[in-house]
Design a protein around this ligand. Sequence first.
Ligand code: 13P
Length: 253
Amino acid sequence: MRIPMIAGNWKMNTTVAEAVALVKEMRPELDQIDNVDKVICPPFVSLAAAKELLAGSSIKLGAQNLYFEEKGAYTGEISPLMLAELCQLVIIGHSERRQYFHETIELVDKKVQAALKVGLKPILCIGETPRENEAGKTEEVLSRQLSLTSEQAYHTGLVLAYEPIWAIGTGRAATGEQANQTIGFIRRYIAKQHGREIAQSVRILYGGSVTADNIAEFIEQPEIDGALVGGASLKPSQFLGIVKQTSEIKRVK
Ligand code: 13P
């Protein structure tokens, strides 16, 4: 019922020339894989070139951030309107933005609303720090991070990504079972907030050290609808491996 999604978050990697080469290399095979929503999220400066290269393909394009105002004197920021011309999705509230750029829950929600207003689908990231995890505060933290997300946002197709911060870029992924349990909690929380139907229809991805070698462990879990992939999304054979396995495993189930 929920179409799986694999999204590649390239983070602050690749020049335009490198991004073009990567898209060219991945497009032919990636385009052929069905039963998965395939998304790549290169840096802002490569979105226009990537859009051209992906025209007519089944691969979707996402940005990694946006500002909530549509235009004006906000030097250096990128608006939802600018992105709506280039891509279909946008990552919002990534832990790196919350951590290094001090994005608050309120700011993240303003960005979600701004994205939805122009028809961009948000991939809203949530996740706990290692310290919060050790203190047994994971559920409390996730509930707070989701507290402002409106019913309307879910209806419009918002995608969630559960990314425990201790698993990001560390090579220390959660186990499939751990991730499934926490994502199960997220669904129960959303059911309490907005009802069972919304909780059952929202796609929830896992993120944090996902590779072609461990993706199956996550995708086999019933609550997990896909992955938000960092490092491995920059390696064509890894990313293709992740997408292919997802397509196959979710087809059988
Ligand atoms: P890694 O896959 O490199 O751990 O990054 C995960 C992530 O932050 C994706 O948004």
